[in-house]
Design a protein around this ligand. Structure first.
Ligand code: E4P
Ligand code: PEP
Length: 448
């Protein structure tokens, strides 16, 4: 019987690839275990403190990035565009919320994907499904789709170089508040986005006031930026888990924040057990079928000491379901005296497939789920603590609608995601203005 951190190894586990060569996987995991941590325990502790504040309504979390990062997409331009988009959104949200925005990329590790089916069939050929670049390749041929353990090590190096660039961008002046704001002004003066012009002007005035009042903008050039991804692939996550020399506790050093997906959050499964033993702040996705009992059991297992900032529930109900599914969980969390951070993921419950075969989401559904999230928290007098979105900084055409009015025929123009559709740059900014409006209208302080 294996005890402690490796107890998960004897439990049922879902969504792992079928590696053809167990010895090669063990060698790759051993190599990863010998490589330096990507993030540090002190940063992880700092994030937990920030998330605790967000759970109390003293901050708001913005979490965003690709559905599936790719190795080919780890270029300077694409990483810069994503960081830029998140920083732009954060400026708008900071103003709307009048509280600090905790910025977190679905970046530098979001390489593994859970799938509805283990296989994909095209015509009369069936091959393993694409599970993300850290497992196999996207091209539909036997060689690409066979799980390749050398990709585990490559994933580590891709994450390291992505994180290195993120750190350079967010510590080196790229995040200068005035510059970030002027990018937004360009967005709001576009006639398609006229309804946001008022808010953009207010932000403008606020920044000019700060400048006139002598704010030290050099200090504001550096921003805290955290990373997070779904902790799915145990042959990567386990070797990235290290013992914090300061206190002897295990921390996963592949990212500051990790979450358990909707498909792998069984109470008696491997993922929940492993997550219960690491010290990082962790998230759990909650879909529309989640009962208060399951929510309570997850909290008991993952956050038995009710530690502020430890547990985030990321709800992904779907626009048509959130108004029925979320209120019961919020009421139960109050009566159980849970204090999780509540984040809305308005993407994963809103997937559709168009008649011409594109996986997509309607921007209007995304917005509607966000509104439903705020409505439920307003009624329950609980704290809407953040938003989690699949987005890119590029001008892709993957989600329908938004001010550019992307329609079904346009999806083909620039559909680049290898898994689920992402909001493009414009749609992401538009969403941030909408969320800012919701936040500005939210009773303050939100907790009764
Ligand atoms: O990102 C989430 C999941 O990996 C994705 O929705 C699964 O997609 P599939 O249903 O095409 O497998
Ligand atoms: C797979 C994901 O989400 P969910 O677990 O909510 O389906 C995801 O966020 O990539």
């Amino acid at each position: 019987m294996i005890e402690g951190l490796d107890y998960w190894r004897q439990l049922p586990i879902k969504q792992q690839p079928e590696w053809p060569d167990a010895a090669a996987v063990a060698a790759a995991s051993a190599e990863i275990a010998s490589l330096p941590p990507l993030v540090f325990a002190g940063e992880i502790d700092q994030l937990r403190d920030r998330l605790a504040r967000a759970a109390r309504g003293e901050a708001f979390v913005l979490q965003g990035g690709d559905c599936a990062e790719t190795f080919a997409g780890a270029t300077a331009d694409q990483i810069r565009n994503r960081v830029k988009t998140l920083l732009q959104m954060a400026v708008v949200l900071t103003y709307g919320a009048s509280v600090p925005v905790v910025k977190m990329g679905r970046m530098a590790g979001q390489f593994a994907k859970p799938r509805s089916s283990d296989n994909e069939t095209r015509g009369d050929v069936t091959l393993p499904a694409y599970r993300g670049d850290i497992v196999n390749g996207y091209p539909f041929d036997v060689a690409s789709r066979t799980a390749d353990p050398s990709r585990l090590v490559q994933g580590y190096h891709m994450a390291a170089s992505t994180l290195n660039l993120i750190r350079a961008f967010t510590q080196g002046g790229f995040a200068d508040l005035r510059e970030v704001h002027s990018w937004n002004r360009g967005f709001a003066t576009n006639p398609a986005n006229q309804r946001y012009e008022g808010l953009a002007k207010e932000i403008d005035r606020a920044i000019r006031f700060m400048e006139a009042a002598g704010a030290d903008f050099d200090e504001l050039k550096r921003v805290e930026f955290y990373t997070g991804h779904e902790g799915l692939l145990m042959d990567y996550e386990r070797p990235m888990t290290r013992i914090d020399s300061r206190n002897g506790t295990p921390v996963n050093t592949s990212a500051h924040f990790l979450w358990i997906g909707e498909r792998t959050r069984e109470l008696d499964g491997a993922h929940v057990d492993y997550f219960s033993r690491i010290r990082n702040p962790i998230g759990v996705k909650l879909g529309p079928s989640t009962t208060p009992e399951v929510m309570e059991q997850l909290a008991d297992k993952l956050d038995p000491n009710r530690e502020p900032g430890r547990l985030t529930f990321i709800t992904r109900m779907g626009a048509g379901k959130i108004r029925d599914a979320l209120p019961g969980l919020l009421e139960a969390s109050k009566s159980l005296e849970l204090q999780p951070l509540w984040i809305t993921d308005p993407m994963h419950g809103n997937g559709i497939t168009t008649p011409n075969g594109y996986k997509t989401r309607r921007f209007d559904d995304v917005v509607d789920e966000v509104r439903g999230f705020f409505e439920a928290h307003r009624a329950a007098k609980t704290v809407p603590g953040g938003i989690h979105v699949e987005l890119t900084g590029d001008d892709v055409t993957e989600c329908l609608g938004g001010s550019e009015q992307i329609d079904e025929a346009t999806l083909a123009t620039r559909y680049e995601s290898l898994c689920d559709p992402r909001l493009n740059h414009m749609q992401s900014l538009e969403l941030s203005f909408l969320v800012a409006e919701e936040l500005a209208a939210f009773p303050s302080p939100p907790q009764a």
